[in-house]
Design a protein. Structure first.
Length: 210
């Protein structure tokens, strides 16, 4: 796949590519942007790029890889919800909404249930600060029916361009590195690598709410 652009904002270029039906090129740029954001520690932007990349993978028929990226995006949104809660209840709720949707698309019912608990607990406590006109609502499977229908069977080896596979692997590696940095900063337990699925600590999050 040829070099796509020298633009300063690859995410906007990816959006244009996606609108033009160039899904492989768009997915590559989304992943490259998300990887760069992970390296820079800009988690919400990384999560957005990952979600967009996963959408493209799903449309390309690469459901297994799409679900893996949705999983990472969901955990990134959860990370942001946790990190931002003390500064912005609204952004924390928004991040939990996005995390819930991503985890449903990843096929992770248990993690999605945990996010549902977090969202409900925070929304109940935060309601006086949000305003009656705000509609913080978690999506349902019916809301996501079209997206879920694109996440079909197993990926067929050789269907995706080599550069796309490379970008996918680089993104997962960047996520592992970001988790290691965050764990070291918190003095937490070592991070598990590979295909190990992360789970959400609902009790820890709810405990922060008091």
């Amino acid at each position: 796949m040829e070099r796509l652009t020298d633009d300063a904002n690859p995410w906007l270029t990816a959006v244009r590519m996606e609108e033009q039906g160039e899904l492989s090129k768009a997915a590559l740029l989304y992943l490259e942007d998300a990887t760069r954001c992970l390296d820079q520690g800009t988690v919400p932007r990384a999560a957005l790029g990952a979600t967009c990349a996963a959408d493209c993978f799903a449309k390309l028929g690469l459901g297994m890889k799409a679900r893996r990226i949705y999983h990472v995006a969901g955990m990134l949104y959860w990370d942001n919800a946790d990190a931002i809660m003390g500064a912005s209840v609204r952004e924390s709720l928004w991040s939990l909404q996005e995390a819930y949707e991503c985890l449903l698309l990843a096929g992770e019912e248990e993690n999605a249930k945990r996010v549902h608990l977090l969202f409900t607990s925070l929304a109940r406590r935060a309601n006086p600060f949000i305003g009656v006109r705000d509609a913080f609502r978690l999506p349902t499977k019916d809301d996501l029916a079209a997206e879920l229908s694109e996440l079909g069977g197993a990926d067929e080896a050789g269907d995706e361009p080599a550069e796309l596979v490379k970008a996918f692997n680089a993104f997962l590696k960047a996520r592992e590195s970001q988790r290691e940095r965050d764990a070291a900063a918190r003095g937490a337990a070592p991070v598990l690598h590979g295909e190990e699925i992360e789970t959400i600590d609902a009790q820890g999050f709810v405990g922060q709410l008091g």
